[in-house]
Design a protein around this ligand. Structure first.
Ligand SMILES: [Zn+2]
Length: 212
């Protein structure tokens, strides 16, 4: 038996992707399941809009975050202090309910031989977010992609997010934020490094925002 494919290599293009018509028909089925009539005027164009929206929500299946991170290596010129990118806003969808997850990621790493442009870190977050996700998995995926590609002294990823499957259905608990973290290397092994990271993440510029 072959190993399961790493998620970064999963692409809907290479799998048997249904036609647009089939996808739109599925939306019509869900409209009927909700109790409405997909033939009424206000809903006539909804299936095609929903299918186009899905192309946007899930375009992360078409990109490889590791490729993005690999693209811009630079010499660090002796810089070996923490690089921290805070408050990377993202929108994702939970894989259990396909409901929105809206949150922020904070990423830090301690460079060893190379650094990457900060826009590439934000782009890697976006690619993982534009897939069906659970927050824990996304946190670990971002950390391990940075760790694998940049091979730094350490990586830390903290994600704070609100899950609409909790606020709009089920337990109906608005205002709840879930926080997940993944620490690798120096951030895991060195309490001072971890403390420095967490205090930078908690400093007012990040807590001043609302998660909306
Ligand atoms: Zn959910």
């Amino acid at each position: 038996m072959s190993d399961p494919k790493p998620i970064s290599q999963i692409s809907i293009v290479e799998d048997a992707r249904p036609s647009r018509e089939t996808a739109e028909e599925a939306v019509r089925t869900l409209i009927k399941w909700a109790g409405d009539d997909p033939e009424r005027e206000g809903l006539l164009d909804t299936p095609s809009r929903v299918v186009r929206a899905y192309e946007e929500y899930f375009k992360g299946y078409l990109a490889d975050p590791e490729d993005i991170l690999k693209r811009t290596f630079e010499e660090v010129e002796g810089y070996d202090e923490m690089v921290l990118l805070k408050d990377i806003r993202f929108e994702s969808h939970c894989e259990h309910h396909m409901a929105p997850i809206i949150g922020r990621a904070h990423i830090a790493y301690l460079p060893k031989n190379r650094v990457v442009g900060i826009s590439k870190l934000a782009r890697a977050v976006e690619i993982y977010a534009q897939r069906l996700q659970i927050q824990e998995k996304m946190t670990a995926q971002i950390a391990s992609a940075i760790n694998d590609v940049l091979q730094p002294e350490g990586v830390a990823v903290v994600i704070e997010a609100a899950h609409q499957c909790m606020t709009c259905r089920g337990v109906h608990k608005p205002g709840v934020t879930m926080v997940t973290s993944k620490m690798l290397g120096a951030f895991r092994d060195n309490p001072a490094t971890r403390r420095e990271f967490l205090s930078m993440v908690r400093s007012p510029s990040s807590t001043a925002h609302e998660l909306v």
